[in-house]
Ligand binder design. Structure first.
Ligand SMILES: *Cc1c(COP(=O)(O)O)cnc(C)c1O
Length: 361
């Protein structure tokens, strides 16, 4: 065998070890119970993915994508890593690229929040900007070719890079942590869809393990995913009008697997932000917009369970921290500039917490 080949095998071996050692040093993320004293038969939990070292659920994805690419022999010691990302994936991938001594370049839409760009650079990544959000994939691909790098392609590989049967994926972890609860098998798990990877992992895991849990995807009004769910012939829309970062897409991403999703719920952006704000008050710390989208859907599902006289548990995901959105979702001037009226949604959420059910206006 040529020595360069052996040297590369040796580098890959060290790279996998470094990622596994980092995992071994890390603790699992918390499953936080949300107190609902007015709904005594129901427990609600949030899987706190904001507590990963890079602050979001994309930490899991980035780790999986790197291991997948390394074990496929796609990355060597001199391979620049390129990604098309609206921010969070790039932050997490930059963290792992630096861990392995690799250059990392993110192609981000120009509208990406300044805080997220700073976060990518803080982890040692570089940013390049795409004017047309629909062009980020193509531009990332051609940039990777240009720099003789590897295009990670989160939207393609998210669903297959994660070990869906277990190996401490997010689903495995949630069910382990529910082990001693009153209702250890939740009626619903609610998540959003950006790549679709999280819903694919959850949906496959509950089927493989014979759990009766249903998967509900909460989707912004402007996104294509719920349209595709209702009519598989719809695979793209001109643009996704949503301002909720991380979820909602203009094209059905290859990692979105609709057949393992049991239900989709459509949520207006104003309601996602309203729900994020009311939940943040309850938690005593800020959570991001997609967590609000999830929480809005949870409230609706819980109200349905109460109306049907069913008890049980509901689990959702705290995807990232609201501090990242201080200048957007938590800034009244920004919200007003987007012509978003949060008042009705905030009233709905406060009424929900007060035990008066869920009455969308
Ligand atoms: C990516 C992302 C999601 C959606 O997760 P996927 O597994 O990509 O579908 C939700 N919220 C935030 C903040 C994200 O970054």
């Amino acid at each position: 065998m040529p020595s360069t080949h052996l040297a590369r095998r040796d580098w890959t071996d060290q790279a996998v070890r470094r990622i596994e050692a980092d995992f071994n040093r890390s603790a699992d993320t918390h499953l936080i119970p949300i107190d609902l004293p007015h709904y005594p038969g129901i427990e609600l939990y949030l899987k706190d993915e904001s507590s990963h070292p890079t602050g979001s659920l994309k930490h899991r994805l980035a780790r999986s994508l790197f291991l997948y690419a390394l074990c496929n022999g796609w990355i060597g010691p001199d391979t620049p890593i390129v990604e098309a990302s609206s921010g969070s994936t790039a932050v997490s991938e930059a963290y792992f690229a630096r861990m392995l001594g690799l250059r990392f370049i993110a192609l981000v839409p120009r509208a990406t929040a300044a805080e997220k760009i700073a976060a990518i650079e803080f982890q040692g990544g570089e940013c390049q900007f795409a004017d047309d959000p629909n062009e980020v994939y193509r531009e990332a691909e051609s940039l990777a070719r240009e720099v003789r790098g590897h295009y990670m392609d989160q939207f393609k590989y998210a669903e297959r890079a994660t070990d869906w049967r277990g190996n401490n994926n997010i689903a495995d972890s949630i069910f382990q942590q529910l082990g001693r609860e009153r209702h250890p098998v939740p009626r619903w798990i609610v998540c959003g869809a950006g790549t679709g990877g999280t819903s694919a992992t959850l949906g496959r895991f509950v089927r493989y393990n014979h759990f009766a849990t249903e998967i509900c995807v909460s989707d912004p009004e402007g996104s294509v995913f719920h349209r595709h769910f209702a009519d598989r012939g719809v695979t793209a829309i001109e643009r996704c009008e949503s301002c909720i970062e991380g979820i909602g897409r203009p094209r059905v991403e290859p990692s979105f697997i609709p057949d393992v999703v049991d239900r989709m719920m459509v949520v207006r952006d104003a309601d996602s932000i309203a729900a994020a704000r009311v939940l943040s008050e309850r938690l005593g710390r800020l959570c991001g917009g997609s967590t609000g989208t999830n929480f809005w859907a949870c409230a609706q599902l819980i109200a349905e369970m109460v109306a049907q006289g069913r008890d049980g548990s509901v689990v959702s995901i705290l995807c990232d921290q609201g501090e990242r959105y201080a200048s957007t979702y938590f800034n009244d001037a920004w919200v007003a500039g987007k012509q978003l009226d949060l008042a009705p949604g905030m009233r709905t959420m406060r009424e929900f917490f007060a035990g008066r059910g869920f009455t969308p206006y």
